[in-house]
Write a protein that binds this ligand. Structure first.
Ligand code: FE2
Length: 135
């Protein structure tokens, strides 16, 4: 059972963003599967590295889009993106310095963050992009 099954509730109404979110959710589920199978620790896992890299490029995509349309809530949205990276970097630093952090706690943190960000902040962006004709 994937940790975050995709559902249409996660759609923000803009195809390019939805497609990237599906990929992100897919990588998160892969990370969940590999942790469940007991393949190494999350802070050294290939899926975790891919998740961080893909998240970085996805955030850059959204931020460029927001700039292009002069999105009013750009600063707050970017701030949320930055905060996630700080939180993940902090978790990784704590883990590499020897603290034992449960993989389940990390997966739940990422799933909950992604769900609330997509359904709140990104949904608002999607609506605004719809208003300028983007689907
Ligand atoms: Fe976002």
């Amino acid at each position: 059972m994937p940790i975050m099954p995709w559902s249409d509730m996660l759609s923000v109404g803009v195809a390019s963003i939805d497609q990237q979110h599906r990929i992100l959710v897919g990588i998160l589920n892969e990370l969940g599967d590999s942790m469940e199978a007991g393949i190494g620790t999350w802070d050294e896992s290939v899926a975790m590295t891919r998740l961080v890299d893909y998240t970085e490029s996805h955030f850059a995509f959204e931020e460029a889009l927001m700039r292009r349309v002069g999105y009013a809530d750009l600063d707050a949205h970017e701030q949320e993106h930055r905060l996630l990276f700080q939180q993940v970097a902090d978790l990784m630093a704590r883990s590499t310095s020897g603290e034992r952090l449960g993989t389940q706690a990390l997966l739940v943190f990422l799933r909950d963050w992604l769900t609330s960000h997509i359904m709140g902040t990104d949904r608002a962006l999607g609506l605004s992009l719809n208003r300028v004709g983007m689907r």
